[in-house]
Ligand binder design. Structure first.
Ligand code: GLN
Length: 491
């Protein structure tokens, strides 16, 4: 692997802007590495060689004309639930077979405008429903730190690509943890901004009131640069916020002095097992050593998060996925009449987890059950959000685990319930719509060293504070650098 692929997005952009390196060279090195490495990792569903080369040439021309681009020449991996004009877009589902995106998602377009080069579209759990990438109908993605294990999900392909140096920035979407979990599993920063901060236009909807696009990166600085590039109002998304974006890349801190960090009373570390508990206890001490004051906070309704989410998300999914009817997009199974064609197309095109959610969601929304399930879940959601608002009266940030276990072996969690439990720590923040990220905080040994992530979360719009603090933590601890991926093309 070419050494330049070890560079962070910030370093690559610096060199391309200074003309020490061309975007075309970075792109060729990346494409060669993907060819050598990705058969093993399986991060990409589609590699966009021609588009990448053409985009790189245009970036080099812009630089030659004297433009400075914040992400000049940075290889970008795009989760395959985001539209990129002219590229096959699948959501890792058979139902979208043969469908090509007619336009580009705003967040993707902004990354390209900032100088990124799109390397390809990455694997995910079908329609982003899952926590391991194993619900993909189109391929297996492996964790670059142990190829027998999952990369996390649902943005597992983007995470694996960045961890394996097959891209410097991965774009993911997070509905209940799908950026933060794969970030933690792949030794990366996984960052979900405030709901409404990044446009969802061109992101194929799963649960519209929760879905949020964000970056997966190897450094906090890169996450901040990506956020600054992709965030901001978009008239094409009615839920996108008009409020001005405060830049995060200029808010990176060196210490945590003066910050109060909340430790959640209800989030006990014992159930995580001795090894993970020790990692988190050390992480909390490291926060203190950097000058933060740890304070005890309570999220009394956080325990209801999972049940609440697993009603609201399927309810929204059942209505969003109604559009896949065999007429407008992708797959169509021939049948004698339209109704039979609709149902046979959906039966053949959706995988088991998607069908489960459509059924649960339709049931929860049906008359007679709507009040008992959906309306109650919405009320519980309000309580979870209120808990956070109260807790942030006593602290600036909250620290807690990102996942309830280390990356697990492919196939190890076969029942849906144990997979849902994975999201215990990430869902409350999604319900509240607040920004949250996962930052590497240590390793546990299961024969191979496995990365663990610390989750930090902040009030709405406090992205600069959140990323700033994560930067101080990363800089002082350097946990991510302790081990390298174990893929054969690495080194
Ligand atoms: N694991 C959660 C789910 O399956 C979250 C997925 C996501 O954030 N897209 O719904």
């Amino acid at each position: 692997m070419s050494e330049l692929l070890e560079g962070s997005a910030a370093e690559i952009a610096r060199d391309v802007n200074a003309r020490r390196l061309s975007a075309s060279d970075v792109t060729e090195a990346t494409l060669a590495h993907v060819r050598a490495n990705d058969a093993e990792v399986g991060a990409y569903l589609l590699v966009l060689d021609d588009l990448a080369r053409e985009t790189a040439r245009r970036v080099d021309q812009r630089i030659a004309r004297g433009e400075r681009l914040p992400l000049a020449g940075v290889p970008l991996a795009v989760k395959d639930n985001m539209c990129l004009a002219g590229a096959r877009t699948t959501c890792a589902s058979r139902i979208l077979e043969g469908w090509t995106a007619p336009y580009t998602a705003t967040a993707v377009a902004r990354m390209l405008e900032a100088g990124c080069v799109p390397i390809g579209k990455t694997n995910l759990d079908e329609f982003a429903m899952g926590s391991s990438c194993e619900n993909s109908a189109l391929g297996v993605t492996r964790n670059p730190y142990d190829l027998e294990r999952v990369p996390g999900g649902s943005s597992g392909g983007s995470a694996a690509a960045v961890a394996a140096r097959e891209a410097a920035i991965g774009m993911g979407s997070d509905t209940g943890g799908s950026i933060r979990e794969p970030g933690a599993f792949c030794n990366l920063i996984g960052f979900k901004p405030t709901y409404g901060r990044v446009s969802r236009y061109g992101l194929i909807a799963f649960a519209s009131s929760l879905d949020q696009i964000g970056p997966l990166t190897r450094t906090v600085e890169d996450a901040a640069l990506a956020y600054d590039a992709m965030a901001g109002h978009d008239p094409m998304d009615a839920t996108s916020l008009a409020r001005e974006v405060e830049p995060a890349a200029t808010a990176l801190r060196e210490d945590l002095r003066g910050l109060r960090i909340g430790i959640v009373r209800e989030f006990k570390l014992e159930p995580l097992g001795a090894a993970m508990k020790a990692v988190y206890e050390q992480a909390y001490r490291e926060l203190e050593a950097l000058g933060a004051t740890l304070v005890d906070v309570s999220l009394p309704t956080a325990d209801y998060g999972l049940a609440t989410y697993y009603l609201i998300a399927p309810a929204e999914c059942s209505s969003n996925l109604a559009r896949f009817d065999g007429v407008r997009y992708g797959l169509q199974v021939d049948a004698g009449d339209v109704a039979t064609m609709n149902s046979q197309t959906r039966a053949a095109g959706f995988g088991p987890e998607v069908k489960r959610r459509v059924l649960i969601g339709t049931y929860a929304l049906s008359s007679g059950y709507y009040d008992a399930y959906y309306v109650r879940a919405q009320k519980a959601r309000t309580l979870v959000a209120r808990d956070f608002a109260q807790a942030f009266g006593a602290c600036d940030l909250i620290a807690c685990p990102a996942t309830s276990c280390p990356p697990f072996t492919l196939g190890a969690k076969s029942d849906p319930y144990s997979m849902y439990l994975m999201d215990y720590y990430t869902i409350p923040m999604s319900l509240a719509g607040i920004p949250a990220l996962s930052v590497p905080c240590g390793w546990v040994d299961e024969g191979v060293p496995l990365p663990i992530g610390l989750q930090l979360t902040a009030p709405h719009f406090a992205e600069p504070l959140l990323l700033g603090a994560a930067h101080a933590y990363e800089r002082a601890t350097q946990h991510a650098r302790k081990h390298v991926p174990r893929t054969s093309a690495h080194a």
